[in-house]
Design a protein around this ligand. Structure first.
Ligand SMILES: [Zn+2]
Length: 411
């Protein structure tokens, strides 16, 4: 007997209707309606008319430790340097309890919006020490039945320009962090910074996830160095890069050439539109650039591109609801994805492409995949992006986690 059966349900990647069965935490049946033998009995059957089933949403890049900081300090009106400075000033006042409480608010809201996997950037440096890592490691354990959390060791203040940071990063990996982070634009040498990051990743057998090339300067192209390092070390498919906005200011023929290099290294590019749009183009006096990575150009070259929320209400991004579908709509609008096919692509970027970027196994709506599922009210797949409809239910490994969310946007 099945534990759960969705009968006559739509999916986000096509227009057919399906019967989808779950047992012991896995999807074990996925058939077009009326295709096969009689429907098996199930403990619970959910009628699918007018509804669509999504794979669990993947939050590919978020900062739990600096969420909701606009409640503590006025919003910075300037660009990236001011955002880093304002946040650094607040950081020395963080406590374990404070980090844990703000992070929990993000996790609770994300879970209700259908997030079942999340990669979180955790700051480690001599100002904050290991407090954020300790707090998020505890949350990773506490939330394991609801959201799979991957923790990135993130040296926001640089590595070499903040002596002691490299040692704290290594200690974090020994404590159980999952991914090695880096930020070559905020250090004295991008090249040496990247070497430290890749050396640590190799030593501990971890993937890499960088903040990189976050500017409108077409000559800031550390991503090319990352592509070389990735290929030299055989790390193809295991290196993610967030922002990569300067590539959006590069002339098209050169950008195409660079995109091929990124594809060869199988870099995973994570567009962070809420932050990129807010902080980018600040020096442009008119026709300000959108400051996004060139999503369509990269995809045309074969690069896997996904998206992330990045920040919830701080100096880098004073917005944020914790709903990945809000970010999906923002990206669709600003990167000009509008046709049915393009909106389906945006949905894939928020789900399967993000899962690939994070190296998630057994992901998606297919036989043998983990039953991480989100039920929404929608007639057409593209309406899931446009309406961002209420989540009628969220399941993690086949277990129901959340009932209907209507009011979640009200914090
Ligand atoms: Zn970030």
């Amino acid at each position: 007997m099945l534990d759960l059966l969705f009968h006559n349900i739509g999916i986000s990647t096509g227009s057919g209707r399906y019967d989808i069965g779950v047992k012991d935490g896995l999807i074990i049946r996925f058939e077009p309606v009326g295709a096969g033998e009689e429907l098996p009995p199930a403990q619970e059957t959910i009628a699918g008319e007018g509804r669509i089933l999504l794979p669990g949403l993947v939050e590919a890049h978020i900062h739990l430790d600096k969420a909701f900081l606009t409640e503590k300090s006025p919003v910075a009106a300037g660009g990236l340097a001011e955002a880093i400075a304002v946040t650094r000033a607040l950081k020395s006042h963080y406590t374990y309890e404070d980090i844990s409480s703000r992070a929990t608010r993000v996790l609770e809201r994300s879970a209700r919006f259908g997030v079942t996997s999340m990669r979180c950037q955790v700051e480690v440096d001599p100002i904050i020490g290991l407090q954020a890592m300790e707090a998020t490691l505890a949350l990773k354990e506490k939330w394991r039945d609801t959201i799979d959390l991957q923790l990135v060791v993130f040296p926001q203040e640089g590595i070499m320009q903040r002596p002691g940071t490299a040692e704290l990063m290594e200690e974090s990996l020994r404590m159980g962090a999952d991914v090695v982070g880096g930020i070559p634009y905020n250090d004295c040498s991008a090249n040496d910074h990247l070497k430290i990051v890749f050396d640590l990743a190799e030593k501990y057998g971890k993937p890499v996830d960088l903040h990189i090339d976050f500017s409108d300067n077409p000559n800031e192209l550390n991503i090319l160095m990352v592509a070389d390092e990735t290929i030299n070390r055989g790390y193809q498919g295991r290196v993610a890069a967030g922002h990569v906005t300067s590539l959006g200011s590069v002339a098209r023929d050169h950008a195409l050439q660079y995109a091929e290099k990124l594809a060869e290294a199988d870099l995973q590019i994570i567009c962070l539109p809420a932050t990129d749009l807010y902080l980018g183009g600040r020096q442009d006096e008119q026709a300000a650039r959108r400051g996004l990575t060139p999503v369509k150009l990269l995809q045309a070259a074969g690069v896997n591109v996904t998206m992330g929320t990045n920040n919830i209400r701080n100096a880098f991004t004073p917005y944020g609801t914790c709903d990945p579908l809000d970010i999906a709509l923002l990206l669709a609008n600003t990167a000009q994805f509008g046709t049915t096919v393009e909106l389906a692509k945006i949905m894939e970027m928020a789900t399967s492409h993000a899962a690939r970027a994070l190296g998630l196994a057994q992901y998606g709506i297919s036989v043998g995949a983990n039953a991480d599922l989100v039920l929404v009210q929608a007639d057409r797949a593209e309406d899931v992006i446009i309406d961002r409809p209420p989540r009628l239910g969220v399941w993690k490994n086949g277990k129901k986690k959340s009932e209907m969310v209507v009011e979640a946007r009200r914090f």
